[in-house]
Design a protein around this ligand. Sequence first.
Ligand code: NAI
Length: 343
Amino acid sequence: MKIAFFDAKPYDKPGFDRCAEENDIKIKYFETKLSEDTVNLAGGYDGVCVFVNDVVNKYVIDKLCEYGVKFIALRCAGYNNVDIQYCYGKIHVMHVPAYSPYAVAEHAIAMLLTSIRRIHKAYIRTRDFNFSLNNLDGFDLHGKTVGVVGTGKIGQCFINICKGFGMNVLCYDKFPNESLGLEYVDLDTIFEKCDIISLHCPLTDETKYMINKDSIERMKKGVVIINTSRGALIDTDALIEGIKARKVGAACLDVYEEESDFFFRDFSGHIVEDDTLARLISMPNVIVTSHQAYLTREALNNIAETTVENILTFEEKGFCPNELCYHCGKIDNCKTKGISKCF
Ligand code: NAI
């Protein structure tokens, strides 16, 4: 079994090397992302292993099939970068549905606390022996209302932490889970009533730009927006205007709609070409991390183990419980998922 591993980083290798060696899988690590320009590197491999910013569009899928690649093993949960419908009948796609929802939820909270207690500013000041407290005043989380959009695995972890802080939690989910005992409201209520809004839903055609000029206008003055899900949930230009108008009090962003050109790479010696990203980073009440929320030891180990398990199950059975649903049009009577071959 030979795997072409794209967008490889030093922190990916220990976990994957260990799991691959134990299971006689050969992994070739490529630092480059999978894209139309690099897909030829996949020739001669049984499968490709990709991450959030690899480009798996129709062209790439056709080329992978032409090269005899049998599967795409995503080492992440989200798959908005894969043309999943086009894959149906051509190439199998598996993902890692959960690796550590705690990691992402805890990072969202870390960004929130950093932002509202001005830790990022205080850190720089005290390193310079500036012990002034001027302009470092924050606010208590206790008693504030937080709106959680998406009450899946990560959303639930985030909610539990918020409850520990004594916050009131309002939730919105397209598919509410009534067994969780949460207070579900409509999206408008989230926008209008919440002091803090945290996004934990997937990026779809429906959720793209759910934070936009209109929704920001309806929010409370000083609202803090947290996004650890996908960048394009937020219309970044509208967010910047909202911050400039002093409507949005702070933004905590682990994802950015144009992140694939920048995130995971070192541009410290360069002039960054993206004026929108540069403007965001220049703002004192915006914290940007580069899709780092998942990056804990526990998550990296879980990612490697589940990805390799997915590959082995697929090799053995020709299908895998973590194969994605391609929405083939037979959704109502689809009985294949996880128990037999999809195609
Ligand atoms: P999940 O699938 O457990 O939960 C997603 C929730 O969103 C579900 O409850 C679902 O019903 C809901 N949802 C679906 N469509 C919706 C809509 N139109 N409006 C509102 N809610 C909707 O997923 P999980 O594991 O909680 O992950 C959430 C997101 O976090 C992922 O989609 C991914 O984009 C992001 N993520 C980010 C990471 C990072 O490092 N920054 C790492 C892992 C995931």
